[in-house]
Design a protein around this ligand. Structure first.
Ligand SMILES: O=P(O)(O)OC[C@H]1O[C@H](O[C@H]2O[C@H](CO)[C@@H](O)[C@H](O)[C@H]2O)[C@H](O)[C@@H](O)[C@@H]1O
Length: 356
């Protein structure tokens, strides 16, 4: 029998049987309430299998788009490699602002999160783009760590899923005054995050391959290198720790559990904050372009869709439900597409200026 914890409402056992689509909806939040309803109707074995299936399916993330094969999905999400014309016409008279996710977008997914290096070619591509347009990296990682990987001081960096934003130390600056952009909406959670980080390290240290990453305003518990036989145990340990912290919530990323404050702040808010800082709140004079691969990037794609302007580009080899309009198959395509598309746009703009 699974009893919900009185304080957090989270079930005491992770082992439940539900279809992937119910366990991991596009927003990535655990549907605890629906999950509780289902409890009691399934055998324990089936519950464990369902959990394992969803953990296996978490990279690549999300379920395939329903009823769509690859062919029809690509028709609805054409390759960004062929979107030069569209960018050209969409960006007429507008400032392009570029937002880039890090893991799975600028760097390939690798086993060791500390070795997810960006290639020199990709770094140059990002540098080239940032010469023309304000450019931000929006990542689940700690801001300092992603800066260490990318090593470009002319960029905006939004770490901890957008909860830690800082402007560039050189290059593009926001229109609004000269103050350095800084936004940390989850500062009050720092002591709790630190406490939970230490507790998690202690709780999972006996599970070979488990890794707890401190992303400053949020935490990641990786299971990519954990033997599948230990996954349920790891999930239970994580849940046992966070059940005492109702101010924190648990999401599921690519072979990783992500723990973060319950505040309503995500990559979508980070995009809105940065556009506002750049002087483009509710403006028609801007074309935001966001490239990402993960469930958390959907929050940003959604914001662009809601604004009715902007281009969302999903990096994925497989069809997925997404709010993005375009697609790229893998990070190397991004390094090729970025400079080609954007420097092309600048060249074309210069040419049309000369003609007038
Ligand atoms: O928002 P992102 O920049 O995409 O960050 C999301 C998480 O990315 C990292 O984990 C993922 O990439 C690792 C390296 O390729 C891989 O080993 C892991 O399995 C993936 O989940 C990062 O380590 C996490 O902290 C981020 O939350």
């Amino acid at each position: 029998m699974v009893i919900p914890d009185a304080k957090s409402g989270i079930p005491m056992s992770f082992s439940v049987a539900m279809p992937d689509s119910a366990l991991f909806p596009p927003n990535g939040h655990f549907p605890w309430k629906r999950l509780l309803k289902k409890l009691g109707t399934n055998t324990n074995g089936a519950r464990i299998n369902a959990l394992l299936d969803s953990m296996r399916a978490s990279s690549p993330t999300r379920r395939p788009a329903e009823g769509e094969d690859h062919g029809s999905w690509i028709l609805h999400h054409p390759s960004a490699l062929n979107m030069f014309e569209e960018i050209m016409s969409a960006s007429k008279g507008k400032q392009i602002v570029v937002f880039l996710d890090y893991d799975g977008t600028l760097s390939p997914i690798v086993e060791d999160p500390d070795r997810a290096f960006i290639t020199n070619e990709m770094r140059e591509a990002v540098r080239d783009v940032s010469k023309f347009f304000p450019t931000a990296i929006v990542s689940g990682r700690c801001r300092a760590k992603v800066h260490d990987f990318v090593k470009l001081s002319e960029l905006y960096y939004a770490g901890s899923h957008g909860m830690d934003i800082k402007g560039p130390s050189k290059g593009h600056r926001q229109k609004k005054g000269n103050q350095t952009v800084l936004c940390q909406p989850a500062r009050e959670f720092l002591p709790i995050i630190d406490e939970v980080y230490r507790a998690l390290i202690e709780k999972v240290k006996h599970i070979p391959g488990a890794k707890v990453e401190n992303n400053r305003f949020c935490l990641s518990v990786h299971y990519r290198c954990v033997d599948e036989k230990k996954w349920v145990e790891l999930a239970d340990e994580v849940k046992l720790v966070i059940k005492d912290y109702p101010q924190l919530r648990l999401n599921h990323g690519r072979k990783v559990f992500e723990i973060r404050p319950t505040i309503k702040w995500d990559k979508g808010n980070a995009v809105e904050f940065l556009l506002e800082s750049l002087g483009y709140a509710d403006s028609n004079d801007v074309l935001p372009v966001y490239i990402g691969d993960d469930r958390t990037d959907e929050d940003a794609f959604r914001v662009l869709r809601q604004r009715g302007r902007g281009l969302g580009i999903l990096v994925s080899k497989v069809p997925k439900e997404t709010n993005a309009s375009y697609s790229l198959q893998e990070p190397t395509e991004a390094s090729y597409a970025l400079p080609k598309a954007f420097s092309g746009v600048e060249e074309a703009k210069k040419m049309s200026l000369l003609r007038h």
